[in-house]
Each structure stands twice: as structure tokens, then as C-alpha cells.
Design a protein around this ligand. Structure first.
Ligand SMILES: NC(=O)c1ccc[n+]([C@@H]2O[C@H](COP(=O)([O-])OP(=O)(O)OC[C@H]3O[C@@H](n4cnc5c(N)ncnc54)[C@H](OP(=O)(O)O)[C@@H]3O)[C@@H](O)[C@H]2O)c1
Length: 311
């Protein structure tokens, strides 16, 4: 089968292997025919070795996590799914999958769910990591309530665009940071207030917020403490809690580590089928151009998601 692999970490290391070994099925796992695979910043961070913890690769690794596809075979003990079922989820190697940028993948039953009925394969493949991240942070970690005020950074990105829609659905007031040219898109997602982060300092405009959802990190994370009210909460996709800033501003801080799971994927599919969330597909690439897809996700100002479509 065809798969997108790396043999070493670095720039431009992605190779298309037309004769990759078919992953072998074991108990509790499913073999999936991949129809589309979502591209996340994590995928290019893997190729650059940012998450390798100093280890070198001992064999070719198929990259990619998010997918939408069809069940091709099931291992022992899997009784909820049958051949031909449309599913979506994660097949990332780090969680025991075989990698999603491939014609077939193997993954655990706990890492997938039934595909949203109203989503096509491209839309469904765009959802898992960004959707589960936004859902987990806003509903579980922040427990955001009706009438509360939240600042969501990077509103036109994958996680940001999901987070705006979920926060609005819960009845929150949403401010978001984004480029000037994305204002119409951000309004359509439901944002009440948009701050053009390249021309304005959000901390000079906003105050007394209940929550900040940081999908950017660095200086943006540090400045965000200023907009929170006492007892407020900041959750970051990139930074670990800064104790000094927490004490200085009297707020709570959490660092998020998203674990894709079938329960959250099921909730996400329900939100999608009820029309509560949508996903904008910025651009699709064929599997043979996976390297270009990673470069585009990393270097362009993507609105929503980039997805790899199988032949
Ligand atoms: N910890 C975890 O478990 C976990 C899980 C998933 C993702 N992540 C990380 O979370 C981050 C976001 O993921 P994503 O999928 O949403 O990425 P994404 O789709 O690339 O979105 C990032 C957004 O940030 C915006 N942005 C860049 N600089 C900004 C600034 N200074 N102020 C405001 N917005 C800014 C970008 O907009 P423009 O380019 O248009 O300016 C873009 O829309 C990534 O670094 C990813 O690796 C972590």
C-alpha cells in the first residue's frame, strides 16, 4: 500500500512509499481503509523531531493521526463495528496506531467513533484533534457557563474555530484574536468581538474575562493573564502553567494535553449532525503531495483545516 513515511527527523524528509507494509491486525484493533486524513501542526512537529525526546527512528514511521474511513476488518474482541462501517478518529503512531497518511491504517477501538452522518469524509477527517481539544478544554477543563466571557486566541485556526462555536453554543460571550481579513469568517462562527492581533493589543481592550483559551503560546500566553478576572482560568494548548503569573493575577492555569477518545468523538459527531459546529476546509491535497500539505499548514495563514484526500 501507499504510505507517507519518514526515515529521519528534519526538513523535507517526508517520503511517499508505494510499497509500504500493510499494518497487521491484533486484538482490540481495527483495520481501516482511509478515505481522508486531516493535517495538524502536530504532524509537521513530528517530522521535525520536536516530539522525539532525543530518540532516533529505528524504522520508517508513517505520519498522520486524524482520519475518516471505512472499517475493512476487525480484530478479536471488537464487536461494535463491522466491515463497511464509516468511522473517524485517530490512527497516530504515538497512541498505538499505524499512521493516518496511508491507504490503510490500524487503530484501537477507543480511538474512533461512528463518522458524523452529515459530514463527508474530508470534513470528518478535519475534526478529531481540533474538535476533541476544544470540547475537552471548554466543557471539561473550564466548565464554561452561559453568560461567561471567554477570549479565544487564534480563532480562525483549527482549534480556535471549533472553540468559538462550542463556547457560543454554551451561551458564552466570545472575544477572539485573528487577522483583519478573517473578520467575516470569525463573525460567521459567532464571535462577538474580534481583535486584529497584528494591529491591536488584546490586553488593552479586554478585562474581567472568566476564561482564556490559548492556542498560540509564548508572549500571547503571558499577556493573556491581564484580561482575566480574579478566579478566572487560562488553558493553553502549548504552555505549562506559570506559577508566578497565577499568583500575581489570582487566576488558575492549566496546560492541555489532548487524548482523543471515542466518547468525545461521539459527542463531537452529535454536535456536527445537529448543525452546532461546522468546519471550514481551507485546502485539500492528494496523498502524493503530503509534504506540500504539511508545508502549507505550517507556513500559510490557514482558515480552518487542511486535509489529505485519498485517490
Ligand atoms: N497540547 C495538545 O494536546 C495539543 C493538541 C492539538 C494542538 N496543539 C497545538 O495547538 C496549537 C494550535 O493548533 P491548531 O490546530 O489550532 O493550529 P492552526 O490551525 O495552525 O491555528 C493556529 C492559529 O493561530 C493563529 N495565530 C498565529 N499567531 C497568532 C497570534 N500572535 N495571535 C493570535 N492568533 C495567532 C493563526 O492565525 P493566522 O496564521 O491567520 O495569523 C492560526 O489561525 C498548535 O501549536 C498545535 O501544535 C496542542
Amino acid at each position: 500500500m501507499k504510505a507517507v513515511q519518514i526515515l529521519e527527523y528534519g526538513e523535507d524528509v517526508v517520503e511517499i512509499n508505494p510499497n509500504a507494509e500493510m499494518p497487521s491486525l491484533s486484538s482490540g484493533k481495527l483495520l481501516i481503509k482511509v478515505n481522508a486524513a486531516g493535517v495538524n501542526p502536530f504532524d509537521w512537529k513530528v517530522t521535525l523531531g520536536y516530539v522525539s525526546q532525543g530518540k532516533t527512528l529505528s524504522s520508517p514511521m508513517t505520519i498522520g493521526g486524524d482520519f475518516a474511513g471505512t472499517v475493512s476488518d476487525v480484530g478479536e474482541g471488537v464487536d461494535r463495528y463491522r466491515r463497511g462501517d464509516p468511522v473517524y478518529g485517530s490512527g497516530i503512531v504515538l497512541s498505538g496506531g499505524s499512521g493516518a497518511f496511508a491507504e490503510y491504517l490500524i487503530t484501537g477501538e477507543h480511538l474512533l467513533s461512528e463518522k458524523p452522518k452529515k459530514a463527508n469524509d474530508i470534513e470528518a477527517a478535519a475534526l478529531p484533534l481540533v474538535g476533541v481539544s476544544a470540547l475537552d478544554v471548554i466543557s471539561n477543563k473550564m466548565n464554561l457557563k452561559k453568560g461567561q466571557k471567554i477570549l479565544i486566541h487564534g480563532g480562525s485556526g483549527g482549534i480556535g474555530s471549533m472553540a468559538i462555536q462550542i463556547a457560543k453554543y454554551l451561551g458564552a460571550y466570545v472575544a477572539t484574536t485573528g487577522r483583519k481579513g478573517k473578520a467575516d469568517y470569525l463573525k460567521a462562527l459567532g464571535a462577538n468581538e474580534i481583535i486584529d492581533y497584528r494591529n491591536e493589543k488584546f490586553e488593552e481592550r479586554l478585562s474581567d474575562f472568566d476564561a482564556v483559551f490559548d492556542t498560540v503560546g509564548g508572549d500571547t500566553y503571558e499577556r493573556s493573564f491581564q484580561v482575566l478576572k480574579k478566579g478566572g482560568m487560562i488553558v493553553s494548548m502549548l504552555e505549562q502553567p506559570d506559577k508566578e503569573l497565577m499568583e500575581k493575577y489570582g487566576v488558575n492555569a492549566l496546560g492541555q494535553f489532548t487524548k482523543i477518545n471515542s466518547e468525545d468523538l461521539k459527542k463531537l459527531a452529535e454536535l456536527y449532525d445537529q448543525g452546532i459546529i461546522t468546519i471550514n476546509i481551507d485546502r485539500t491535497f492528494p496523498l502524493d503531495k503530503a509534504g506540500d500539505a504539511l508545508k502549507y499548514q505550517r507556513e500559510s495563514s490557514v482558515t480552518g483545516k487542511v486535509v489529505i484526500e485519498m485517490d
